[in-house]
Write a protein that binds this ligand. Structure first.
Ligand SMILES: Cc1cc2nc3c(=O)[nH]c(=O)nc-3n(C[C@H](O)[C@H](O)[C@H](O)COP(=O)(O)OP(=O)(O)OC[C@H]3O[C@@H](n4cnc5c(N)ncnc54)[C@H](O)[C@@H]3O)c2cc1C
Length: 412
């Protein structure tokens, strides 16, 4: 255990402050691949944060799939990728795991490996969606990049005067997730009983396509005006995705808060058949939703990466959360958490065949192995056992953690 603590601390220190290398290569060939297999790619040291990566590839007239947060603080090569890595661009270009071409990793034995589809392909598979802190320490990742493209932005906001209209509107919004993401829109939204808003990006989309694609939703929303829904929506054009990214995400910083969240990767089937019941829960929990699946994400072979196959059926990720102020009593916190557990159970019972995103989940998700990793769990476990035979790496509710006690201090 002492060794584990030391390794974790050393890894964090180096990844966070020193591994900032960014190398752009317009003709990258993965090790072991035929010389003709080239990509316009960027290799990022494990300490690179997304805002740094986006700025670097933009200098070459390129964009890439990465995370979104105020200030772009999320790490580009750590937990984000290990859990799957979603982006507002994912409905067009896939998830992080679909765009990683090669990774460098240090194993618990001390061995350094370069892994890709041609070398140690089983480990490369597991590192793409099988969870952070489980197989080894990733020191760099090479990602695909794409040409920078003009991008449409659609914004929607509704003020609502009664809860039943909010539920009706959210039910419609859930049904529209499939069409939106298959048309290439991706972005983020917020739900409460009084207000529903979202903003979505349409890369490489014409203004006419953007208008046609949002018209049915606009009409549906307008049909609820007599019931207390007052909505405004607008389409904007930007000459590049990066410009929009800078406008929306470059300001501000995220500070620490007492928050617990749960999420669900809602499948096409669930939004088509369970939308009314799901809408009740989402309005009640003051949810947010990430329109980061569907489209391209659905078209990729579910077995091409260790990622939970539930992602390939999903069209949206919904998130419910609770928070409390510093100094709240433990009894009150327990009460708040039991509300979260109630939403987890209600959503799970409605959508037992859908999964949850490992990176934005609660420790109280039901049946976590299946929920986070689906049918890939057993293979991920055998790869973990192969590459980390000393069980040096462990993370709560990560692959193989069932071999440990709840505090992860003793292995059975
Ligand atoms: C403000 C905010 C915005 C977010 N936005 C997005 C988003 O747009 N898309 C999305 O998919 N997710 C998003 N997330 C969730 C995010 O993916 C997870 O929080 C993820 O775990 C962050 O990884 P990290 O490496 O930056 O953080 P850390 O907390 O440092 O790491 C998370 C886990 O990965 C392990 N790990 C980290 N680095 C390595 C490494 N080099 N090798 C092996 N294991 C490693 C850590 O030990 C830990 O277990 C967001 C989270 C926040 C807080």
């Amino acid at each position: 255990m002492i060794i584990l603590g030391v390794v974790q601390r050393v890894a964090r220190l180096w990844c966070g402050h020193n591994m900032k290398n960014i190398t752009y290569n317009s003709a990258f060939v993965p090790q072991g691949a035929p010389a003709s297999e080239t990509y316009e790619a960027v290799t990022l040291g494990a300490g690179v944060q997304w805002h740094e990566a986006y700025a670097a590839v933009n200098n070459y007239g390129r964009l890439m799939v990465g995370g979104s947060s105020a200030g772009g603080s999320v790490g580009s090569s750590g937990g984000w990728l290990a859990g799957g890595g979603h982006s507002a661009l994912s409905p067009n270009y896939g998830l992080g795991v679909d765009n990683a071409l090669e990774m460098s990793v240090v194993l618990s034995s001390g061995k350094f490996l370069t892994v890709n589809r041609y070398q140690s392909s089983d480990l490369f598979w597991a590192l793409r969606g099988g969870g952070g802190s489980t197989y080894g320490i990733v020191t760099s990742v090479t990602y695909r990049t794409y040409p920078s493209v003009p991008t449409q932005l659609y914004t929607y906001q509704a003020n609502i005067t009664n809860t039943s209209a909010a539920v009706e509107l959210v039910g419609g919004l859930l049904r529209f997730q499939t069409q939106f993401t298959d048309d290439g829109w991706g972005g983020y939204g917020f739900i409460s009983a009084q207000q529903i808003s979202f903003f979505i990006f349409g890369p490489n989309m014409t203004n006419e396509t953007a208008m046609t694609s949002t018209q049915a939703w606009h009409n549906f929303s307008a049909s609820l005006t007599p019931f207390g829904v007052v909505a405004t929506d607008k389409i904007y054009y930007a000459p590049s995705w990066y410009l929009l990214y800078q406008l929306i995400f470059s300001g501000g910083v995220e500070n620490g808060q007492n928050v617990m969240i749960t999420n669900r990767l809602l499948s096409r089937d669930s939004v088509a058949t369970k939308y009314a019941e799901l809408a009740e829960i989402l309005v009640n929990c003051t949810a947010s939703f990430n329109m980061v699946a569907g489209g391209k994400v659905s078209q990729i072979n579910p077995d091409s990466a260790g990622l939970n196959p539930a992602w390939r059926k999903a069209v949206t990720e919904t998130v419910c959360g609770v928070s409390w102020d510093e100094g709240t009593s433990s009894v009150d916190i327990e009460g708040i958490i039991s509300q979260l557990k109630g939403w987890i159970k209600a959503t799970y019972d409605l959508t037992p065949n859908d999964g949850a995103y490992f990176n934005e989940a609660s420790l109280f998700e039901i049946n976590w192995q299946e929920t986070f990793f689906g049918s890939h769990y057993a293979t991920l476990k055998s790869i973990k056992d192969k590459y980390d035979p000393y069980r040096l790496f462990v993370v709560a509710e990560g692959v193989g953690s069932e071999e440990w006690n709840a505090d992860l201090t003793c292995r059975y």
